[in-house]
Ligand binder design. Sequence first.
Ligand code: ASP
Length: 351
Amino acid sequence: MKKLLFLLLSTSAFAQNPDPSKITLVLHGGAGTITRQNMTPEKEKAYREALNRALQTGYDVLKKGGTSLDAVEATIHVMEDSPLFNAGKGAVFTHEGKNELDAAVMDGKTLKAGAVAGVTTVRNPISAARAVMEKSEHVMMIGKGAETFAKEKGLTIVDPSYFYTENRWQGLQKALKEEKVKLDHSEEKPAKPTKAPKNASSRAEELIFSEGKKFGTVGCVALDQYGNLAAGTSTGGMTNKRYGRVGDAPIIGAGTYADNETCAVSATGHGEYFIRSVVAYDIAALMRYKGLSVEEAAKEVVNKKLVERGGEGGVIALDAKGNFSMPFNSEGMYRGFITADGKKTVEIYKD
Ligand code: ASP
């Protein structure tokens, strides 16, 4: 009996076997038309500061022995609470002038996942997604039900006006104006697709989502000292989206995915394309079935498949050894990473 107990204890200790040198955290703050030309020094400084703060927050959690899930949630909170990003405070507006938020989280160790979509009163949708994963029998909850659930679980509930920012409101006004101009114009001369061949539905999408093509979703993938991966994504979706539209972020396998045996992925970009291409799972599948590295798999999907299909955006992807990749096919992507030694790197532009 004693022997058995010892064996059990030592095996579980071995399974845990914390190794702080494994710690890695990668994040993104959205992809899109982010160029040096349309950036001011003040704006760039603000983004760099926020991204560094988010990286440090997640790292501190990991360093203290927290799990990758804890780190992902804490990192995303920082970005959700910052008006700079299209998630939580600072979320973009729907066509009807509302903020409807989507988020998802996935645990690479257990393959458990949780997501919420179309919530309007939950201050930190990533925590609601985690509550769905850990405190319900379900994977996804939407709208009013998700809000009731979040409230029941003690999450912070806010008035919808909390999410208002002048900047995003102006973004919607611009999108509405552009859409009108394009629609009026299109009666005489249809707008040309801006990219390589797109399918029929993309013309309508282009009209809806024309506003500057800024995808400011936030996401994080992390590896903890126990060797476990987690991924999370949180977003306001796309400016001028229609009622009830749900993007890729809360769809497990599209915008968010994690599996210790392959990788953790969080995406940002034109959600409709990411859903149709099942982007996050495709990256994991290329690793599992074709033996590609995380970098090869992520680049194959983002820089080849999505480009061929006209889907703009990027991903962050991390494997259980700490290898990661941050490819994007748009002009820029707010992104960064922090490694075990605590060294932070933040990047914005293509080159
Ligand atoms: N992927 C998000 C969506 O389609 C948008 C973004 O990345 O900003 O909802």
